[in-house]
Design a protein around this ligand. Structure first.
Ligand code: SF4
Length: 63
């Protein structure tokens, strides 16, 4: 599983980081969320998917 964040769609609400800090973090420069590990570790797949499902702007793509 691979997670990517569309920086143009991200509104920096930090929800994905709260749900799945194993994968998502806020980028200091852009202020947007980024996926810091790819592929997503097996034990974080469920929470990464939850982040994608709950992102208010559907900025997270899971492949
Ligand atoms: S949940 Fe979506 S909008 Fe919020 S910080 Fe994460 S990627 Fe950005």
């Amino acid at each position: 599983m691979k997670a990517t964040v569309d920086p143009d769609a991200c509104i920096s609400c930090e929800l994905c980081v709260e749900i799945c800090p194993e994968v998502f973090e806020m980028d200091d420069e852009s202020g947007k969320a980024v996926a810091k590990v790819n592929p997503v570790p097996a034990d974080a797949e469920e929470s990464a998917q939850d982040s994608a499902d709950q992102c208010p702007t559907e900025a997270i793509a899971i492949e």
